[in-house]
Design a protein around this ligand. Structure first.
Ligand SMILES: [Zn+2]
Length: 191
């Protein structure tokens, strides 16, 4: 799955409890995206690919460095350290992280048919590498459906609780979104 899809799934997981604050929601949402940090090697690989000294950091490290149980433990521990509601935040962080792993296993077949198997048990063991026969392509309709559902949930949360991920970019835009939604779909017991 791509970063946007992981992001909205993470946001839905972060919205599972209304007890969390803004920062805790951001921690959880970030955990759903952060494994793809090991894909940044692409920025080095593409410009050097056809040179005499290609640096194949994307080919060599994507799905290796950060799509594993070792990194999951690190991310969950950081969430625990940074949150006020430690147990809840770190639990949802672990779930969000694994939503990324599952999302990649389910729907990230490359255009060339490559499955990008995931050596999940690193750094403890290189095997088994996880992959799934039923995996659909990165641009498969299933990913669009899942993203559509997570957007509907995101709008519902914005409408009912009064915040959305937009708030991390602009408080004003976030308020405008919430007001628009509430004008369009008036709340029955507006308090
Ligand atoms: Zn990934």
């Amino acid at each position: 799955m791509n970063v946007i899809e992981h992001f909205f799934i993470g946001w839905c997981i972060a919205s599972a409890s209304s007890a969390l604050d803004r920062r805790e929601r951001l921690i959880i949402t970030t955990a759903a995206v952060i494994p793809d940090i090991d894909g940044l090697g692409m920025l080095v690989e593409i410009p050097t690919r056809n040179t005499n000294h290609p640096l194949l950091w994307w080919t060599d490290y994507h799905h290796i460095l950060a799509h594993n149980i070792g990194f999951a433990v690190v991310v969950t521990a950081v969430a625990f350290a940074m949150a006020k509601r430690r147990a809840l935040t770190s639990t949802l962080t672990a779930i969000a992280f694994h939503s990324h792993i599952l999302g990649d296993l389910a729907g990230a077949r490359g255009p060339d048919g490559y499955q990008w198997p995931i050596p999940y048990f690193l750094p403890f063991s290189r095997t088994p590498e996880l992959s799934w026969d039923g995996q659909w392509p990165l641009n498969g309709w299933q990913n669009f459906v899942i993203t559509g559902i997570s957007l509907v949930i995101t709008f519902y949360v914005a409408w009912s609780r009064g915040y959305s991920p937009l708030g991390y970019l602009s408080e004003r835009a976030d308020r405008a979104l919430v007001e628009t939604l509430r004008r369009r779909f008036p709340q029955r017991s507006a308090a």
